[in-house]
Design a protein around this ligand. Structure first.
Ligand code: ATP
Length: 132
C-alpha cells in the first residue's frame, strides 16, 4: 500500500513521525483529507483533531491550530502544541475548561474574553480527542 510521511512538530518536540496511509486535517475552512502523492498544499489549521491511519489503525492527535504543508509526499503539521490522544491529561484539560468557563462567567472588563474562549476551545477539543 502506498503511504506518505507525516510529521507533526511543535516548538518543543516531534509528536508524530511516521508513514501513514492517509490523514484528515482540521483546516480553518473545514476538514480536508490528504492521500499519498497529493498535490502540494499549504493550509492554516484550527484547533482540532488530526486523524491518520497507520498500519490500518486510526489514530487521533490534538492540535492547537497551525499549518499543514504537503510537499514531495511529506505532510508537515506545524502546531504550537500537539498531543497524541493517549498522552492527553484529561484532569488537566478539565481544569483548564473549568478555569476558562469561570473567567468567561465573570462580568469583568479586565478579563480577556478572546483568550479565555481560545483556552476553552483547546480544553474542549482535548477532552474530545482523549476519548479515542
Ligand atoms: P493549560 O492551561 O492546562 O496549560 P493550555 O491550553 O493553555 O492548557 P497549551 O498552551 O496549549 O496549554 O500547551 C502548553 C503545553 O502543555 C504544551 O506542551 C501542551 O502539549 C501541554 N499540554 C497542555 N494541556 C495538556 C493536556 N491536557 N494534556 C497533555 N499535555 C498538555
Amino acid at each position: 500500500m502506498s503511504t506518505l510521511q507525516l510529521e507533526v512538530v511543535t516548538p518543543d518536540k516531534t509528536v508524530v513521525s511516521s508513514q501513514v496511509e492517509m490523514a484528515i486535517c482540521p483546516g480553518v475552512a473545514g476538514e480536508f483529507g490528504v492521500l499519498p502523492n497529493h498535490v502540494s498544499i499549504l493550509s492554516a489549521l484550527k484547533v482540532g483533531d488530526l486523524r491518520y491511519r497507520a498500519d490500518g489503525k486510526d489514530e487521533h492527535v490534538f492540535i492547537s491550530g497551525g499549518f499543514a504543508d504537503m510537499n514531495n509526499n511529506v505532510l508537515s503539521i506545524l502546531a504550537e502544541s500537539a498531543e497524541k490522544a493517549n498522552d492527553i491529561d484529561e484532569a488537566r484539560a478539565q481544569a483548564a475548561k473549568d478555569r476558562a468557563e469561570k473567567r468567561l462567567a465573570e462580568k469583568n472588563d479586565q478579563i480577556d474574553a478572546t483568550r479565555a474562549n481560545a483556552a476553552l476551545q483547546r480544553a474542549l477539543v482535548r477532552l474530545q480527542v482523549a476519548k479515542f
